[in-house]
Ligand binder design. Structure first.
Ligand SMILES: Cc1ncc(COP(=O)(O)O)c(C=O)c1O
Length: 380
C-alpha cells in the first residue's frame, strides 16, 4: 500500500476530524440546523479575515470570487492597476479583460517583490484608476507582496479600491483586512483552510460596497449584494455546498482554537526551516528576498529538470509538491507549508528531496538539508 503525502500549494491535506465532519448525513440548507451552523461560520470567518464586515461564501473555486470582485465593483472601460509577477497576477488581468475593464500592468520579474512606491507613482500618473489588484502571496513564484504598504497608499485615493487575492495566503500569513484597509479580500477553501476545493470567499469593505452600488458589469451567480442579503439571514441565494460548509465550520473552530497568532508563527517556522534546508543543500530560493511563509520555491540545480524532481518525488516517494508554471516550468519546484502541515512533514519532504537530488546526480551529503531544518525547529 502506498502512503501519500501532499505538500502542494493547494489542494492541501485535510485533517481527519474535518473529513469526518463532512461525512455526516446531509442536512437541508433551509432548515434551522443549517442556519445555526452558518451563523457560527459567519462569526468565525470574520475572525479569520480580521474584519467586522460580512464574508460572502460561494460554491466555486477561488477564481469565482476573483471574478466576482471584478464584476461587482467595476464597469466596462474602467482603468485598473494589476500587479503582475506571476501566474495569478495574470489571472486578475485576464478576468478584467474578459469584462472590458482596462488593466494597466505593473510587470515584475518573476520571483521579485515590489517597491510600494511604484504603486504610488502609478496612481499619481493615472488618477482615474478605479482599483489596484494584487495577490498577497503569488503562489507561482512564492513571492509575498507588501500589501499593508500598498493598501496604505491606495487608501489615500477615495475613488480607488484595493483588491487582494488571499487565496494562497489567508490563514497562513497575516492579512488583517480592516486594520490594513483592504477593500476586497478573496480566499479559497483548499489552501490554509484545510478543506477540499469548492468554496470561495469574498469580504468587502464599506468603501468597496460604495463601488458595488455604481458598478454596471453583468453578473448573476457571483452577485455580492444578493449574497450579502442572504448571508445576513444565515442563508445563501442558491443551494450551498452543504458538506463543505459543515467542514468549514470544523476548520474555523480549529483555527480559532489554535489562534491566528500561533498559526502565523507556525507557518513562519515551517517556512524558515524549508528555506534553510534548501540553502543548506546549495540551492537558491526563487524569491530570495520577498518570500512568503505559505509556499517556498527553490531553483532546481543547473542541469537538473525541476519537473523530474517533482516526478520522482511523486512516483517513488508518493510525495506531491509542485513544479514551476509557464516561464518557471522546469526551473523551480515549490513546497507548500500551508494549513495542516507540521514539522515532521517538512523533515520528511526535505529528506525525500535529498534522495531525489542524489539520484539525479546532484552532489550532496545525506542529511545536509534535514539537519538545517532540524536546527531551525530545535531553536523553535
Ligand atoms: C494566489 C492564487 N490565486 C488564485 C488561485 C486560483 O484559485 P482556484 O484554482 O481555486 O480557482 C490560486 C490557486 O492556486 C492561487 O494560488
Amino acid at each position: 500500500m502506498d502512503k501519500e503525502y501532499l505538500l502542494a500549494p493547494g489542494p492541501t491535506p485535510v485533517p481527519p476530524e474535518i473529513l469526518l465532519a463532512m461525512a455526516q448525513p446531509m442536512i437541508h440548507h433551509r432548515a434551522p440546523v443549517y442556519e445555526k451552523l452558518l451563523q457560527e461560520v459567519r462569526e468565525n470567518l470574520k475572525y479569520l479575515f480580521q474584519t467586522k464586515k460580512e464574508v460572502l461564501i460561494f460554491s466555486s473555486s477561488g477564481t469565482g470570487a476573483m471574478e466576482g470582485a471584478v464584476t461587482n465593483t467595476l464597469s466596462a472601460g474602467d482603468k485598473v492597476l494589476v500587479i503582475q509577477g506571476g501566474k495569478f497576477g495574470e489571472r486578475w488581468a485576464n478576468i478584467c479583460k474578459a469584462y472590458g475593464v482596462k488593466p494597466l500592468i505593473v510587470a515584475l520579474e518573476w520571483g521579485q517583490g515590489i517597491d510600494p512606491a511604484k504603486i504610488g507613482r502609478a496612481l499619481k500618473e493615472n488618477p482615474s484608476i478605479k482599483a489596484v489588484f494584487s495577490q498577497a502571496t503569488e503562489t507561482s513564484t512564492g513571492v509575498l507582496y507588501p500589501i499593508r504598504e500598498i493598501a496604505a497608499i491606495v487608501a489615500e485615493y477615495p475613488a480607488t479600491i484595493m483588491v487582494v487575492d488571499g487565496i494562497s495566503h489567508l490563514g497562513a500569513v497575516e492579512l488583517p483586512m480592516d486594520e490594513w484597509k483592504l477593500d476586497v479580500v478573496v480566499a479559497g477553501s483548499q489552501k490554509a483552510l484545510m478543506l477540499p476545493p469548492g468554496l470561495a470567499f469574498a469580504a468587502v469593505s464599506d468603501k468597496a460596497w460604495g463601488f458595488v452600488e455604481k458598478s454596471t458589469l453583468p453578473r448573476f451567480y457571483f452577485d455580492f449584494k444578493k449574497e450579502l442579503k442572504n448571508i445576513t439571514q444565515n442563508q445563501s441565494a442558491y443551494t450551498p455546498a452543504v458538506s463543505l460548509v459543515i467542514g468549514l465550520a470544523e476548520s474555523l473552530k480549529r483555527i480559532r482554537s489554535e489562534g491566528l497568532e500561533k498559526i502565523f508563527a507556525r507557518h513562519a517556522l515551517l517556512a524558515k526551516a524549508t528555506r534553510e534546508a534548501m540553502l543548506a543543500l546549495g540551492l537558491s530560493l526563487y524569491a530570495p528576498q520577498a518570500y512568503s511563509n505559505a509556499v517556498t520555491a527553490a531553483v532546481a540545480p543547473p542541469g537538473i529538470d525541476g519537473e523530474k524532481i517533482v516526478r520522482i518525488l511523486r512516483e517513488k516517494y508518493h510525495l506531491t509538491i509542485a513544479g514551476g508554471q509557464d516561464q518557471a516550468k522546469g526551473k523551480i519546484f515549490r513546497i507548500a507549508h500551508m494549513g495542516y502541515i507540521d514539522r515532521a512533514d517538512i523533515i520528511m519532504a526535505v529528506s525525500a528531496i535529498e534522495m531525489t537530488l542524489k539520484e539525479l546526480g546532484y552532489p550532496l551529503e545525506f542529511g545536509q538539508g534535514v539537519r538545517a531544518a532540524q536546527e531551525v525547529f530545535a531553536r523553535g
